[in-house]
Design a binder for this molecule. Structure first.
Ligand SMILES: [Zn+2]
Length: 418
């Protein structure tokens, strides 16, 4: 009761003074709010870009440094770009804010470059060459794809100086391994062969056709497990390469054969081929399959001693350059040869049968008569190479050597970078 009374008293008192008191309070509140709003507005106005930079994701200190380094126009430009992770690095090296995105992008493809090198390269290319390239039909995306693939300033200048438009070069650029600086040579070659793959590959690797041979060329194959690895003089298998799926095929093996293993796919195909020949009373025999680098070295030296260097070079592959090391190359013979009834496989009925049917099992005669200017190896009727049925059929249909298949179909091995 007491309390109630007191409260009543209080409220009475309060209501009594309410009018003048409320006016006073309202004024104070309005003034305070106005002050705060004004203060915030001034702060925001003075630091708007700083705030926007922070909203974009830049840290407080980065935003401060940006505001300190650039004028408001440049800040605006920076704000129109996506957030850059290295903006202060670019800010230290360059004042060309309009190219900051390009620095950032180019660096993302070439992270080993110094920031100063990126700035120097991008400044030069984007100021001098990009406008010209654009006028030659190269759009932004294409130019970036060239830059991503390490196109140099001189590569770009080569395109410009030779008026090599986007239209003129685009088909060649679809071929893996093309080089901008070879473009004129590709175009010249294309006039002869009318095939983009062939034109690019034969210019890049002229020695694939052995008559263009260059004794000094040496590429080490980095994907030797491919069933379509082209191994020959110039394209070498690593010394320690041994296929992991070598097996001994279930076929007749020549008595003195020490190399009776093949890769699984080739072994299975050879078993099937020998079985099919058997049905026609023809007897295929495995004479030599997988040979290691060391085996090939031994064979080469033996031939050299017995028949001289020239003969060895013509008939035996240089170690690392033999298909036998892939486990996909097979020297075939016939029972009649093993028994001494026939002198060589090329004289047997089995050979005639193999020519007709080997592609049904995925094999090709690797060194056909009259192709040694391409293969670099004299006619070897006994040496077949497993490439799989589809490829074997295609090679036979087109009357190609395996080299030509690789050139036309762009099946070039990968190489260890030196
Ligand atoms: Zn052979």
């Amino acid at each position: 009761m007491k309390l109630f009374k007191k409260k009543t008293d209080y409220s009475y008192y309060s209501s009594y003074n309410s009018k003048s008191r409320r006016v006073r309070v309202d004024r104070v509140v309005v003034a305070a709010i106005a002050g705060v709003v004004l203060f915030v507005a001034i702060v925001a106005f003075l630091n708007l870009n700083r705030i926007k930079l922070m909203v974009k994701g830049y840290s407080f200190s980065t935003a401060n440094e940006i505001v300190a380094s650039f004028d408001s126009g440049e800040e605006k430009e920076i704000l129109s770009h996506d957030k850059m992770d290295h903006i202060l690095n670019w800010a230290h090296e360059s004042s060309k804010v309009s190219l900051f995105d390009e620095y950032e992008k180019y660096w993302s493809y070439h992270k080993k470059m110094k920031y100063s090198e990126v700035v120097e390269f991008v400044d030069s290319v984007f100021n001098n060459q990009v406008p010209q390239l654009k006028s030659m039909g190269y759009d932004e995306k294409t130019i970036w794809s060239l830059l991503k693939k390490d196109a140099s300033k001189s590569d770009m200048q080569y395109l410009i100086d030779n008026h090599l438009t986007n239209e003129a070069t685009k088909e060649y650029r679809k071929v893996k391994g093309y080089k901008l600086k070879n473009m004129l040579a590709y175009i010249e070659k294309y006039k002869e062969v009318h095939d983009y793959n062939y034109a690019v590959n034969i210019v890049n690797y002229p020695f694939i056709v052995s008559s263009n041979g260059d004794a000094n060329v040496k590429y080490e194959i980095s994907n030797p497990d491919s069933l379509l690895t082209l191994v020959k003089k110039g394209f070498y298998l690593p010394e320690d390469y041994e296929p992991k799926d070598l097996v001994v095929p279930n076929v007749s093996v020549a008595p003195d054969c020490e190399n009776n293993k093949l890769r699984k796919a080739a072994a299975k195909a050879f078993e099937e081929m020998a079985k099919a020949a058997e049905k026609e009373d023809l007897h295929l025999v495995l004479n030599s399959g997988y040979r290691s680098y060391a085996d090939q070295t031994k064979t080469y030296k033996e031939f050299e001693t017995k028949y001289g260097g020239q003969y060895a070079a013509e008939y035996v592959a240089i170690p690392g350059g033999s298909e036998h090391q892939t486990g996909l190359g097979i020297d075939v013979t016939a029972q009649s040869v093993v028994e001494g009834k026939k002198l060589v496989f090329g004289d047997t009925e089995e050979y005639d049968w193999v020519i007709k049917h080997c592609s049904d099992y995925g094999f090709i005669i690797r060194f056909e008569e009259g192709t040694d200017n391409i293969t670099g190896i004299a006619h070897e009727p006994w040496h077949v190479r497993y490439v799989g049925k589809a490829v074997a059929k295609e090679i036979i249909k087109n009357k190609w050597t395996f080299e030509e298949y690789c050139l036309y179909k762009n099946v070039i091995p990968s190489f260890k970078k030196d």
